[in-house]
Write a protein of this length. Sequence first.
Length: 503
Amino acid sequence: MRTVQGPTDHIVIVGAGLGGLSAALRLAGAGRRVTVLEREAGPGGRAGRLALGDYQFDTGPTVLTMPELLADALDCVGENLEDWLTLTRLDPMYRAFFADGSSLDVRADPADTAAQIRALCGPAEAAGFERFVTLVTDMFRVQFAHFIDAQVDSPLTLMRPALARLAALGGFRRLAPVVDRHLRDERTRRLFSFQAMYAGLAPHDALALYAVISYMDCVAGVYHPTGGMHAVPEALAGAAAKHGVTLRYDTTVTRVEVHGGRAVAVHTAAGERVPADVVVLNPDLPIAYADLLPPGAAPRRLRRLRYSPSCFLLHAGARVDYPHTAHHTIHFGQAWRRTFAEIIDRGELMSDPSFLVSTPSRSDPTLAPGGGHAYYVLFPTPNLTAGLDWSVLGPRYRDEVIATCERRGYPGFGAAIEVAATTTPADWRARGMAAGAPFAAAHTLGQTGPFRPGNLASGLANVVFTGSGTRPGVGVPMVLVSGRLAAERVLGPRRDYRSRALR
């Protein structure tokens, strides 16, 4: 395994996102001096917080899975998860509504989900779901230790017995046929394969190994942190500060100073020069190369990256309740393959939308005033490579999103809204995400594992990346793992700084 070269006494981390904070805790636990520079007023990166009046909203991810990864990071400095976060396991984890008017709950216990499927679709479909749970569980166990939570520097690194096991499970087939082999009802097929969108692909294009996202979402459990998802980076930052990490907010890094193939300092917008033995970059990887590193540092293949779809977010505080919905509610349209073709292949908005409505105030009343709810409405959209003009389209699409919600089970939603804000693909780009894609580079075969942009900067001896743009990839669990992998590039392939939480 390759590691950074030279001294590693003082590490400067640019960005207090989940990946940067995960790395900071591990480096601090190993005795390094760590400084984190963050341009925003607080930690979180994409997992930020938006306050509109008495309503509180998460600005990025709303789904927390695999909290043991948080326990792992905190344990590296001797802290316990329960001392920093209060987590509630959601049940149901999701409630899905389908175009035919039926609905299905994904429950915290897969046996309860099977009972729901049995009642809706029949015993054969429930048995197929149980076989699917066994499959994705086996896939996860093979992949996590050997491919996700591991440095994968080249295709040769994959040549291990676990690869044959993954192939035998069907991991290198396409996701849709593998799901279809177990599930016959179109509704369950959609519910347990739509997660491919997180990887930036349609289910019929994604590799079946990405069924592990279904495992995390639908088997391992979905959790809500009291205070919202932003409570997670606040907890990680608090523990890091307690153990000596210097966190500086409202500090924008403008460039990394490089001499002789080494980063020697970072420069801030205020004109400050901060010396560093190692620099860890948490911004979106293509943006970090383009904006912070010297011209010519970026590998040429970055120009050919294929990006995941983007999304339009509506944050709405409204004094109206829809008791038929859950904390996380998915609404499927009639269209399926056409929807992916529109968003991914043709760069068009959905003609028959499928979308997510999260209402965290159903589980956590602190996020909204009495009688009100904080609604987080996510509509997938093309990314900015589609060329849509969101300065014109944004206000019009906001109205369309509200109208679609009202037709799909939220009557009177628009009139009840007291406060609102939107995030378009153009806004994601302004926040530092290449192609306006908050889900980063797509997980195509050529952008997966050893083929995904690496976490060591090309041609530089001591610059490391963390976050969703590098390995292992997209999603809160993967980003937390990326922080551990970044720290390992500094500390070496030892396991003494890896906590007991994942042993």
